[in-house]
Ligand binder design. Structure first.
Ligand code: URA
Length: 304
């Protein structure tokens, strides 16, 4: 085993112990970790969550919270989104993915699509990681700690996500992590479909620039937005989906636009905040088996 692999395993075990929870389930270890020294991790119940992590992501959550529930809901229906072709032209004039992502962030800050529905955030949390990542994670919206730091997934749900990433054999820096919404919704409300629609062009352009091989959508808002479906998580997870979705399903872009996007394999899975809330062995196994499919797919792709 390489020194890097040993370090990753040690880091995983340390984070595990710090959090007081385990992530790697008891089942078959992934092939690339099969020679790992056995790390005994004390099983403790997940600590109680602070309210900001208790987002609605139950298994059969409707597509997005109906506007009557969302505290952020304001009428946004008639508001035009930025033209995808405009963002594309801007990116394509720049030399590399890093410069393109920087320009896109600046453009997002200038357009501020969140101004139509959110006035209470502190930072814009645009996304971070490798601009050429093979693997991209898309969550819902920043929470309190993300709002303070300006970085996605750094709170408790983020620490669990990082454990998953490390358990998969990646580092946080080698993947790309972002959200559907780039600003924290008041009271951590689940994004409405209208809010997601206003922010979607920037996420789509992030995907086009990075061109990952696989996207893991964390929770329903990201899964529904990118796959153009309203199906419950139980029927989405554990199966591969394609982004962009079929023209009939996609409300995000026209048929012609679709040709401009890389075809990316999408694996929806439970949001880590939901997992922390329902920290059962069954749920952990489900998420881990989704991630194993991702690892397998990336291995196949890199062998090809
Ligand atoms: N939950 C999310 O969906 N995104 C974050 O960045 C943090 C928590």
């Amino acid at each position: 085993m390489t020194t890097d692999a040993r370090q990753l395993i040690a880091q995983h075990a340390r984070t595990t112990q710090l959090l007081g929870v385990d992530f790697l389930p008891l089942g078959t270890p992934p092939a690339h970790l099969s020679q790992a020294p056995s790390v005994q991790i004390e099983q403790k119940p997940a600590p109680a969550l602070r309210p900001e992590f208790v987002r609605s992501d139950p298994v059969d959550e409707p597509m997005f919270a109906p506007s009557s529930i969302s505290t952020t809901s304001v009428p946004t229906a008639g508001i035009e989104t930025v033209q995808l072709s405009e963002l594309r032209a801007m990116s394509d004039a720049l030399p590399d993915p890093e410069a393109r992502l920087e320009a896109l962030r600046a453009r997002y800050e200038q357009d501020a699509p969140h101004k139509h529905f959110n006035t209470t955030f502190t930072s814009i949390v645009f996304g971070e990681g490798s601009p050429t990542a093979d693997l991209m994670f898309v969550g819902e919206a920043p929470g309190e700690e993300e709002d303070i730091t300006g970085r996605p997934f750094v709170g408790r749900a983020g620490q669990l996500l990082e454990k998953m990433i490390v358990a998969m054999g990646f580092s946080r820096q080698s993947v790309y992590i972002c959200n559907v919404l780039k600003t924290r919704p008041p009271n951590n409300a689940t994004p409405t479909s209208e809010e997601a629609r206003l922010c979607a062009p920037y996420l789509l352009e992030q995907i086009r620039i990075i061109a990952p091989k696989v996207i893991v959508t964390l929770g329903l808002p990201a899964s529904h937005l990118l796959l153009g479906t309203t199906s419950p998580m139980r029927s989405l997870r554990g199966q591969w989906h394609a982004f962009p979705p079929a023209p009939s399903a996609s409300g995000l872009m026209g048929d012609q636009e679709m040709g401009e996007y890389p075809c990316v394999q999408v694996m929806p899975t439970y949001h880590p905040a939901y997992l922390l809330r329902s920290y059962t062995e069954e749920n952990r196994r489900k998420v881990w088996s989704d991630l194993q499919l991702v690892m397998e797919r990336l291995r196949i792709d890199s062998d090809a």
